[in-house]
Ligand binder design. Sequence first.
Ligand code: ATP
Ligand code: MG
Length: 257
Amino acid sequence: MSDASDALISLQQVDKRFANGVQALQSVSLAVQPGEFVSLLGPSGCGKSTVLRLVAGLDRASAGKVLAPALRADAASDTAFVFQEPTLMPWASVFDNAWLPLRLAGVSRRNAAARVMPLLQRMGLEAFANAFPGELSGGMKMRASIARALVTQPRLLLMDEPFAALDEITRQRLNADLLDAWQARPMAVLFVTHSVLEAVALSQRVLVMGARPGRIVAEFQVRRPARHDAGFRDSDDYVAQCRAVSRSLEAAHAATA
Ligand SMILES: Nc1ncnc2c1ncn2[C@@H]1O[C@H](COP(=O)(O)OP(=O)(O)OP(=O)(O)O)[C@@H](O)[C@H]1O
Ligand SMILES: [Mg+2]
């Protein structure tokens, strides 16, 4: 386990029991360092989304501690959340959707442009700034959601299966664009996925959870090039690491079947 003392966020022996008696998490401890990219993998129902909700402050632990000492308690802008569904406002343009978090912080449309446009450009959407969500493909909507999430320059980005609904090639492009964005301005990322390939391709560390009750059963430090390198996904080392994570995930599934 990584050191919790200088972590951006940490969970310490967290239990979560819902009102209906479901014990979603049992003694979950994890820490994410500033700028670190961590993925959470595990069988459906093992509590991955519950972990993200606790970290985001959308729900409370039943026992244990959820600590985020360095995040501004007053400012939602330090933490951004991207869900599987892009959740864009259908009546607003791509630009206005991406502007929204700044607008809530009191930044005028004109002043926001210097922040919004470079992000739309990074996400390949500069030609679609005036388009409406209904005119975009699923991949483009997700790009717009990511641009909106990054516009406040959050120190923590929480992503819950963001690319699950996309075709494989679009997903890989978005993986690469996300990594580029992360390298351009490092932030801590806690990324939930069901894809071992995606987790190893993106992360510095992969945590595998088991279910009933949800807990962390394995942790992998990913050996990867310091700079994002498209060749990593073709390397033998990548394949070997995916195999090791897969085995652990299979064991977690078998234990909960
Ligand atoms: N609000 C709730 N009330 C009661 N039980 C809940 C609630 N939210 C989640 N659960 C239960 O807690 C457990 C963990 O759910 P969670 O959504 O965190 O799993 P998950 O790992 O994200 O699953 P998936 O991979 O399918 O998204 C499940 O058994 C789920 O049914
Ligand atoms: Mg979930």
